[in-house]
Design a protein around this ligand. Structure first.
Ligand SMILES: C[S@@+](CC[C@H](N)C(=O)[O-])C[C@H]1O[C@@H](n2cnc3c(N)ncnc32)[C@H](O)[C@@H]1O
Length: 390
């Protein structure tokens, strides 16, 4: 038999806790003539069982009824469910910490955080030492920051020698241009890349054009092409970010952006760029959209990772109206537009693979090409021709 202080030491609980348990009827000491209570081994075992039940998440009240009467399944089931939820939460927390240390993928976390708190996410990435261009690249390619440097280097090795950096073709761009009710005099081409659209606009309009990209190497190539074509007098090149364009409000009567608005997000782009347009100015932008109501599981999975903000045409149209635009027309880019982008890309990926066979960027591009070859039609690029509403 044990006195209360001996029992406390044996089970690793304080004296006051044991007194409290006694008061709740969880513990039963045998009162002696001298007023002291003595506890048997049975009570020690009961306390061990109680401690296990508590560790299982049961309250003291539940422990008591568990010890004194028949097990209530419903209570245990509820506690089990709660424990499973706690474990899942802890596992998530663990995954995040491991991923931040480079031991796992942060992709899903980036995607979720970008939806939930885009500005805070951006600021946080900058705090980690990424500059704005790198942060948007991360977003642009929907990639993992731990793999970023190597991934970007490989990606650029593939793209540097390519002309088009996104689906598009002259015929579709000209079609969009022909839908503008008046000919613009001042155009900004945002995310111009090597400037297919810039050159086309320069040779088919009299407009002054500002071509913007945050990749200086693409602008350098564009400068050379423009000079060769004798079009350089019409075009000013600006190395700037699409998120912070260095132009006064109402500077342009047309914004042009092919395969680029998604980098900062179509909705934010609509809202931010609108201010640059004069009243009744036009915006022409292309975006990857769902064309099928019932796309295959493989396509859904692929684009969920590569372009989580991909929408249906209807959703984009609603967003455009909500952002203060009137839709003049929209159409799906032709197969030619995809062909002009993917055929050279496919050849280039095959060539680059020989010198970097285990590159993640190469593997991702191969997968993208396979998805395009198998499932184009379930998704497509939509060209939207908009007018700024008052
Ligand atoms: C998919 S490519 C499209 C290029 C071009 N419009 C075309 O169709 O070939 C996207 C372009 O946006 C540029 N870009 C990425 N982030 C940018 C940013 N923050 N500001 C301006 N341009 C950016 C890239 O350098 C690239 O040239």
């Amino acid at each position: 038999m044990y006195r209360i202080s001996e029992l406390a030491e044996k089970v690793g609980l304080s004296r006051s806790t044991l007194l409290y348990y006694e008061k709740l009827g969880l513990l039963h000491g045998a009162r002696q003539a001298n007023g002291y209570r003595l506890y048997s081994d049975k009570e020690v075992q009961r306390l061990h069982l109680l401690q296990q039940l508590q560790a299982g998440g049961l309250t003291l009240k539940e422990c008591k009824s568990f010890l004194d009467s028949k097990v209530e399944r419903a209570v245990l089931e509820k506690r089990l469910q709660q424990l499973d939820e706690d474990i899942a939460q802890k596992q998530q927390a663990r995954d995040l910490l491991a991923a931040l240390l480079g031991e796992g993928s942060l992709r899903f976390w980036h995607q979720q955080t970008d939806k939930l708190a885009p500005d805070a996410h951006l600021d946080w990435l900058k705090q980690q030492g990424f500059n704005e261009q790198q942060v948007l690249h991360l977003k642009w390619l929907s990639k993992d920051m731990n793999e970023h440097d190597q991934y970007m280097a490989d990606f650029m090795t593939v793209f540097q020698t390519l002309e088009r950096w996104g689906p598009g073709c002259d015929a579709d761009s000209l079609k969009a241009l022909s839908r503008l009710p008046t000919t613009p005099a001042k155009i900004i081409d945002i995310g111009c890349g090597k400037g297919f659209s810039t050159r086309l606009l320069a040779s088919h309009t009299q407009a002054n054009i500002v071509a913007v990209d945050n990749e200086q190497s693409t602008l350098d190539e564009l400068r050379e092409r423009l000079a060769e074509m004798g079009l350089d007098a019409h075009v000013t090149l600006s190395c700037a970010s699409m998120t912070e364009l260095p132009f006064a409000p109402e500077s342009f009567d047309c914004i042009w952006s092919e395969a680029a608005a998604y980098i900062m997000g179509v909705e934010p782009a609509l809202k931010k760029w609108r201010a640059l347009l004069k009243d009744n100015g036009y915006m022409v932008l292309s975006d990857l959209v769902w064309l099928s109501d019932n796309p295959s599981a493989e396509t859904i999975e692929f684009w969920k990772n590569e372009y989580p903000d991909m929408q249906t045409i209807e959703t984009r149209l609603t967003q455009m109206c909500q952002a203060g635009f009137e839709v003049i027309q929209h159409f799906t880019l032709s197969d030619q537009a995809w062909h002009d982008y993917y055929q050279p890309l496919k050849a280039r990926v095959a060539e680059a693979k020989t010198s970097m066979p285990s590159s993640k960027a190469i593997a991702d591009l191969e997968q993208e090409i396979a998805i395009y070859e198998r499932y184009l039609g379930e998704f497509g690029y939509q060209l939207f021709v908009l007018r700024k509403g008052s």
